[in-house]
Design a protein around this ligand. Structure first.
Ligand code: ZN
Ligand code: ZN
Length: 427
């Protein structure tokens, strides 16, 4: 049986004292608590790498945690091991005479299946087995891992993957002609059929400091944020600050295309309502054809463009239009793909014999790896297909590929598993 440590549950009697240790003394990040009403418990999540500590605080005297503390005092309550097949795991344990609290798995949080092993069989430790629902939207704790900055070095270029939060788009729109029965196991939709997506701009530090795309930004109203399930508790400003970069440090901002989920962060609204460029010293680089399309929309592409994200750049005189594939700064080159929009381009990053690519919307998530899994949003899907084949040929092997929207990981490599193309996320 293969098992991964999912989390450790710690029963806590005095929460402020526990926070004084875990948060203040150890300096760990404690996330917003979650109330589990059925268990009469409040859980405080502390991400620690791939696993999580869960401080469990009873909210009623008849809560199982309260009873546990009365009997045994505060401390380690349970450990949770994540397994691939919980039924097979339970069979295996049963066959070896292990005492189980749950002979059959039962539904747990986040659509997972869980079952407890009796402490008498586990040397005094309450062990929970968990089978995560396949490809479920990242749980809260996993999300905090999914949105952390990750730094990569490509020769002289330092690449830092940032996150501007999450949003949701209709699953059908995200997979075009692919039926829901095929895509839903890989990208489980919510009750409004939306799948969870991240927005991941890329910070490039070389001879100059560049930002590729800038996320959704904060100019949208509540109705919009509700419709698209926008969640930006941690957003681009946090990610940049963590990377040690202030808005004034950005020299260049490069757009793959001008859709709102990529360039919403290009501008900001001032107190007086005026909208201005968010990065005061930056030149903003946009492909001319994309600019033309975004400023002359039609019924089919209008919803994808918000003029307030980019028109103020022209007004402020910081816009730089490029006409063809070219080097934007040493080691950074744009290449037109078309397909998604006529002038969508991707960004190749090359230095010291190493290579990376910001794939943008032709490869938004790992689920979009198969050639025909093309966005319904694409204006020229047959061009997308050809561009994707070319891309996969060019980006094979050692090329580090950045995905703009994957809800779990930021980057990885194309790989081959018994003749089937796969994507391996890089940590
Ligand atoms: Zn797009
Ligand atoms: Zn996009």
């Amino acid at each position: 049986m293969k098992a991964v440590l999912d989390h450790i549950g710690i029963a806590v009697r005095d929460l402020p004292a526990a926070l004084a240790f875990y948060r203040d003394a150890l300096g760990l990040v404690v996330e917003e608590p979650e109330e589990v009403a059925s268990q009469r418990v409040r859980a405080h999540f502390i991400p620690v790498g791939e696993s999580t500590l869960e401080l469990l605080e009873a909210t009623a005297s008849d809560s199982a945690i309260a009873k546990y503390i009365d009997k045994r005092g505060p401390g380690l309550h349970h450990i949770t091991l994540r397994v691939d097949d919980i039924r097979a795991a339970l069979e295996q344990l049963k066959a070896r005479g292990v005492r189980l609290i749950d002979e059959q798995p039962r539904p747990g949080a986040e659509a997972a299946l869980v079952a407890f092993v009796h402490p008498s069989s586990a040397h005094g430790v309450l062990v929970e087995l968990k089978q995560a629902s396949s490809g479920a939207p990242p749980a809260k704790a996993v999300r905090s891992t999914a949105q952390r900055n990750i730094r990569y070095q490509i020769g002289d270029l330092e690449l830092t993957s940032l996150c501007d939060g999450f949003f949701g788009l209709d699953g059908g729109s995200m997979f075009g002609v692919v039926p829901r029965v095929l895509w839903s196991p890989k990208a489980p939709p919510d009750d409004k059929n939306r799948i969870s997506l991240a927005t991941r701009p890329l910070l490039v530090r070389g001879v100059r400091t560049m930002l590729i795309d800038a996320g959704i930004g904060d100019k949208n109203d509540d109705k919009f944020n509700d419709m698209y399930a926008v969640e930006r508790a941690r957003h681009l400003d946090h990610a940049l600050a963590e990377a040690g970069v202030s808005p004034e440090d950005i020299d260049l901002v490069l757009a793959t295309h001008l859709h709102w989920d990529h360039v919403g962060g290009f501008t900001m609204r001032e107190g007086n309502g005026r909208i201005r460029p968010r990065f005061p010293r930056a030149r903003y680089v946009v492909r001319r054809g994309e600019w033309e399309a975004a400023t002359h929309t039609h019924e089919r592409n209008r919803a994808s463009y918000h003029a307030q994200d980019f028109v103020p750049l022209a007004d402020a005189g910081v816009l730089e239009l490029v006409d063809a594939d070219q080097t934007i700064m040493p080691g950074v080159r744009v290449q037109r793909t078309g397909g998604h929009t006529a002038d969508h381009h991707i960004v190749w990053l090359q230095s010291g014999g190493k290579r990376a690519v910001y794939a943008a919307d032709p490869l938004p998530t790992t689920a979009h790896l198969p050639d025909p899994w093309i966005l319904g949003f694409d204006l020229y899907p047959v061009d997308s297909l050809a561009a994707k084949k070319t891309f996969k040929r060019d980006a094979g092997g050692e090329t580090l590929i950045f995905l703009p929207h994957d809800p779990v990981g930021a980057a990885g490599y194309l790989a081959d598993e018994n003749g089937r193309p796969t994507f391996q996320l890089a940590q």
